[in-house]
Write a protein that binds this ligand. Sequence first.
Ligand code: SF4
Ligand code: SF4
Length: 434
Amino acid sequence: MSIKKGKKFPYGIHVKDMKDLCRDKPIEQVPASDLVYISMSLHIGAPSVPIVNVGDKVKKGQLIAKENGPVSANVYSSVNGEVVSIEDINNGLGLRQKYVIIKNDKTDGELLFDQMTEFSPSALVERIRLAGIVGLGGAGFPTAVKLTPKNPLEFLIINGAECEPYLNCDFRLMIERTDDIYKGIKYTAKALGINKIVIGIEANKPEAIKAFEKYDDIDVVILKKQYPMGSEKHLIYCTTGRKVPTGKMPFDVGCCVHNVKTMIACYEAIELNKPFTEVYMTVSGKGVNNQKNIKTLIGTPYQDILDFCGGLNGLAVKFVAGGPMMGKALLNLNHYTRKTASGLLALTAEETNATQPSNCINCAVCAKNCPMRLMPMYIESYALSGNFEMAEKYGAMNCIECGSCAFNCPAKRSLVQSISFAKAKIKEMKQNGR
Ligand code: SF4
Ligand code: SF4
């Protein structure tokens, strides 16, 4: 074991973290809701395919939807009960997705996998695939796919940065469930055939840094508090000094990055035989009465989560799924816990900026702040004029949607939304052969 200081990356920003709202609050379990709404699009890749019908009785831990292709994931029921509907719903993100809705009968018991008898790398990957685990740092990429790289890797890097303001659930897990994370890390390292393990933790979490000091086979890298430290490419650079070139992936430089929450899910699937049905989130913002760190079932309505946190105080003007930098504003609270959920924020007027955008003044602040060294103002301009070829030329596809550009824009331009739109259009053009 060694403890060392991580590198600093160029650009990036410093944001007021607001973590004190619930930093010291232990994780609490949210009671199961009467109805759970489980989306079939809980990950990056092809939506899962329901294998249950309306009227079917299901158990917690029962497979209700199968992965659909190599980049997809299984989905399990998070309660015991009856499937009451399978329908397309407009969720709070404005996305129309297929949901399996289950009425909870509030009975006890759950289905588990058989105990594993063989712990070879392929058996470990297969259990993680079967359990429906996806990257819980936000990306939602199926974990089993990341565990079968095309080339041998050298570093397993565990992301304990949690650089998003307001969010504390990774921090709480690192101090409340350190050993479980460690076990998940060891299984993951074995699956990958790696023995160099690094955990990167921002310096504002000294208790978490201390918690991981006891393991001889993990190097702890203390990261500067810098946003977006949790981005894969920046974390790799700050922990190992390796640079992931434009257009390349972490495995191209011998690295694989996993979030601490993903490690707990892997441990639970392998050692406790649990399908993936529960997630950890921070519920915060000054618009909610009791800010909390919570554990909740996949498919739980956001209104039930807010009720568990003492309800709203009437000051919230904006709701965000995730953190304030990379999260998505919710159109309404008709939203339900997803596998990748990390936060639910009820922000007041003083915490958010409702100013209408004005014209770009070409100040280049956005470019100075961009950790990917892009020129967001030009990409936005091309996106808005429908010139997606030029948006691509200016590197739109390299944007990690971190929000650093928009954060300090004096004209309050919606840069990330425009760039994200351009990325979707560029992908669409490529799929259609241009
Ligand atoms: S920071 Fe805003 S105003 Fe300045 S160049 Fe970028 S988009 Fe334009
Ligand atoms: S252009 Fe993309 S990568 Fe650069 S600061 Fe903006 S959101 Fe982040």
